[in-house]
Design a binder for this molecule. Structure first.
Ligand code: ZN
Length: 177
């Protein structure tokens, strides 16, 4: 058990130092190429206003006006998308925390990092002495603790890119006259 854990951490460490960087860079390069490609297409469709095409801002504006879409509509929708793009992981984290999932044991074990780290169950117990409900976290190794480590869901690079793009479009919608 302990041996297996050690082997895993060693391969992980080697993977990071030897070939962990190359795939990341390759992926970053691929993303850059995709974004550049989309930008070129949008440029030649006139989206940035410098080339005359079907997506020239004036044409989009008049088309949206014909549909009865006002700037306030656009700003409202963008604000909604932005708040979802920023808040989705906070909401998920709240749900996970309320359900007692994504929690690991904080008790000191014989693992290399000095923490047990197995998944824990949150239980409510009423001790006879005090009669008040106590929250406890129990792991499969038999540890019992009043606290546990919570592992929140964090946004990845693409997730950050989405809310930044939303913010950019929102600023354009507010400032563009
Ligand atoms: Zn434990």
């Amino acid at each position: 058990m302990n041996q297996a854990y050690n082997d895993l951490s060693i391969t992980k460490a080697q993977g990071l130092s030897r070939n962990g960087l190359a795939p990341n860079r390759l992926r970053g390069f691929g993303m850059t190429m995709i974004v550049m490609g989309i930008s070129f297409i949008l440029y030649y469709l006139g989206f940035f206003g410098s080339v005359d095409g079907p997506l020239t801002p004036d044409k989009i504006g008049s088309a949206m006006a014909a549909w009865g879409v006002t700037r306030l509509h656009v700003i409202t929708v963008l604000l909604l998308i932005l708040s979802v793009a920023i808040g989705w992981n906070w909401i998920l984290n709240l749900i996970h925390f309320a359900r007692g999932s994504r929690l690991t044991c904080a008790a000191g074990g014989n693992a290399p990092r000095g923490v047990c780290g197995t998944t824990v169950k949150r239980i409510h117990r009423v001790p006879k002495r005090s009669g008040k409900t106590v929250v406890e976290y129990v792991c499969t190794h038999g540890h019992r603790d009043s606290g546990a480590h919570f592992h929140p869901i964090k946004k990845g690079p693409s997730s950050h890119a989405i809310w930044l793009a939303c913010l950019a479009f929102l600023l354009i919608a507010i400032c563009y006259v």
